[in-house]
Design a protein around this ligand. Structure first.
Ligand code: GLC
Length: 644
């Protein structure tokens, strides 16, 4: 097994100082010359294309010149340890694709109060096998939490939200993480700022320079056209695309909440300044930048304002900018869109955009499969993913901090007699526990009275039935719920890409309804699955019979197998077996002459299943070995069989 630190391209020790140690002038100048050569080499590689795209979008040579000067400045300011890490990662290749990588997503305050608190909990994260931590938004936002969208309304891109710590704390946490081979991901909320950001405050005061960084509008017909052509992001909690500002007698574009003002990327000043913010944050030691809501950043009247070609130009420029200044940094696109819109964000082999994208359709399809006990749609979705070039890396997850939107392939579903509106209604009813046989618990999100559409919120454990079984004190139901929860994680880990676990899911943490009593949060049901991490559950992880012991132990075991076994390589060939029983999902992975048959039972019945032929297999979980052709699989259970 390779050393864990090696896998992340991070050394176990050394290179810890943020500044190069003082050296003799001669050595310093040799170092300087080397650094110059590296920067100029990278710039030379990208300059022409970067300039071409910039001029195409902005036609402003002065601003381009300023951008290049700033790239140099941020490169010079980049701590020596991070520059060394960049070089190691460039040599190692795509470190985030290693099969030993395991991510966890968490809110700093929920998990450990502050950034320093997270540092104090690194032993726990290491115990969970985590090599990648996504810290949910932590930059400064309006103090009134009802106006912060869970941190996605940034007031200052260079300041940590006071209660959570400081930039120095962040840089120190990054260093401590790197020492343990853990990388850090943060949100780069680039589509909008909060209305308390300095630019917004100056725009509100009527300063033209700052007004031009947003979209101000006074023509009602233009506003009406946007309303007609652009889908609503939060149809119930924040309807409309503009917010009226009486002090200016104008509307400002706010596609998300009224306090999140959309930035105007037609203005090169906005692009340049946001790139400087991006590089500033990268220089604190951030390894992965999650490009929040990136499909929305370019607006064009008469279009739906999503995924426009200029968005791709901007992402491509960001990729080149990061490759010049901080090539170890990974761009993760948050593209919660239909698959045809998602894949283009990888760019092309010659002109890549994002390194990684969320596997959002697979996530939503997984839960639809749970509710229907029919894997056909999931098979076709996984086949579509398998058909993509293997170099494309997805971030896989069962759930995140956001709602689950039912963005499924309805064309295919309707061929099987399942129409969009009734199917969505069924899914929402099922997961609220309103359908006989459902043990799921959770809440609707943004139920739209006009379209009848709604999304869904809950933790993985609550959706699997852990909450309902615990409340009912029903041991048999708890057994099924935990088996389902473990099975879904085994399925998550059987996919190629980076698996991310939501903090608390490793201990089967259930929904937290206390947000309803908090006036600053009561309107946003996403808080039902963003509860405070329950540290008391950690103690129970060591109790073998407990729910926590079962989940935690199973995950630990599965992650260990994935780390050690080459069939889980990102470059393995993956096939979705067309098994005759639609309740069965069968993933076959082959690498290095070895084949894994990963079989999952998405039904309430025990199944008798057939291998393609009699052969010797090892059950990777139990370690049992034997020769057989048929095997049985309990309801909601799975097997990872390695062909001998
Ligand atoms: C992203 C985030 C979501 C937030 C939105 C607005 O979609 O995941 O939580 O509300 O962006 O920034």
């Amino acid at each position: 097994m390779t050393d864990k630190n090696d896998r992340a391209g991070v050394p176990a020790s050394g290179a810890r100082t943020r500044r190069s140690p003082s050296r003799q002038p001669l050595a310093r100048s040799a170092e300087r010359a080397r650094a110059d050569a590296i920067f100029l080499g990278r710039l030379r590689r990208h300059h022409d294309e970067l300039r071409w795209l910039y001029m195409e979008l902005y036609d402003n040579a002065d601003m381009f010149g300023e951008l290049v000067d700033q790239l140099r400045r941020f490169y010079d300011e980049r701590p020596a340890a991070l520059r060394a890490l960049d070089e190691r990662r460039e040599r190692a290749g795509a470190w985030y694709r290693e099969r030993g990588q395991l991510g966890m997503q968490m809110y700093i305050d929920n998990f450990a109060g502050t950034i320093a608190g997270v540092e104090g909990r690194l032993d726990y994260l290491e115990r969970c096998g985590v090599t990648y931590v996504h810290l949910m938004p932590f930059l400064d936002t309006p103090a009134d939490r009802s106006r912060s969208d869970g941190g996605y309304a940034v007031s200052d891109f260079r300041r940590v939200k006071p209660g959570l710590g400081t930039m120095e704390d962040l840089a120190r946490l990054a260093e401590r993480c790197h020492e343990r081979g853990i990388s850090l991901c943060m949100d780069f909320v680039m589509n909008h700022t909060s209305d308390e950001h300095e630019w917004a405050r100056r725009a509100r005061a009527g300063e033209g320079e700052y007004m031009s960084r947003y979209f101000f509008e006074s023509r009602q017909d233009v506003i009406d056209r946007y309303t007609r052509d652009v889908p609503q992001v939060f149809p119930t909690t924040a309807p409309g695309h503009f917010t009226y500002l009486p002090e200016l007698g104008q509307h400002v574009m706010t596609q998300f909440y009224p306090y999140q003002w959309d930035l105007n990327y037609r203005n090169p000043r906005v692009f340049n300044e946001m790139m400087y913010n991006f590089l500033f944050l990268a220089n604190q030691g951030i390894d992965v930048m999650r490009l929040d809501a990136v499909p929305y950043i370019w607006k064009q009247l008469g279009t739906n304002c999503r995924n426009l070609p200029q968005v791709h130009t901007i992402v491509r420029m960001m990729r080149m900018i990061s490759e010049v200044v901080c090539p170890g940094v990974v761009l993760l696109g948050e593209v919660v869109m239909a698959p045809v819109e998602v894949v283009p964000y990888f760019g092309t082999v010659e002109k890549p955009e994002c390194h990684m994208l969320y596997n959002v359709t697979t996530m939503a399809t997984t839960w639809s499969t749970v509710a229907c006990r029919d894997t056909r749609l999931l098979r076709s979705q996984l086949e579509a993913v398998c058909a993509l070039p293997r170099a494309y890396t997805f971030l896989n997850y069962l759930r995140c901090h956001d709602d689950i939107g039912w963005g499924l392939d309805y064309a295919t579903l309707s061929g099987w007699g399942m129409e969009e509106v009734p199917h969505k209604r069924y899914l929402n009813d099922y997961f609220q526990g309103l359908v006989p046989g459902s043990t799921s618990r959770g809440e609707l999100y943004n139920a739209d009275p006009v379209t009848g559409d709604a999304r869904f919120c809950a933790t993985t454990a609550s959706m699997c039935g852990v909450e309902a079984a615990a409340l009912a004190g029903d041991g048999a139901a708890m057994d099924v719920a935990l088996r389902k929860d473990v099975m879904l994680h085994a399925y998550l880990l059987a996919q190629s890409g980076l698996p991310i676990i939501y903090s608390g899911d490793e201990l089967a943490q259930v929904n937290d309804y206390s947000y309803r009593d908090d006036p600053e949060r009561a309107d946003d049901s996403r808080y039902v699955h963003r509860g405070r991490f329950d540290w008391s559950l950690v103690g129970r992880a060591d109790e073998p019979g407990s729910a926590q012991g079962r989940i935690f132990g199973a995950l630990e075991e599965l992650e260990g197998i994935r780390r050690d076994e080459a069939v889980f390589d990102a470059d393995a060939s993956v096939e979705i077996v067309d098994y005759s029983d639609p309740a069965i999902l069968w993933i076959r992975r082959s690498a290095g002459g070895r084949t894994l048959e990963a079989v999952f039972n998405f039904s309430d019945d025990e199944k008798s299943l057939w291998m393609p032929g009699r052969a010797r297999f090892t059950d990777l979980v139990s370690g049992d070995e034997g020769e057989f052709e048929t095997f049985s699989l309990p309801a909601w259970d799975f097997r990872w069989y390695l062909r001998a």
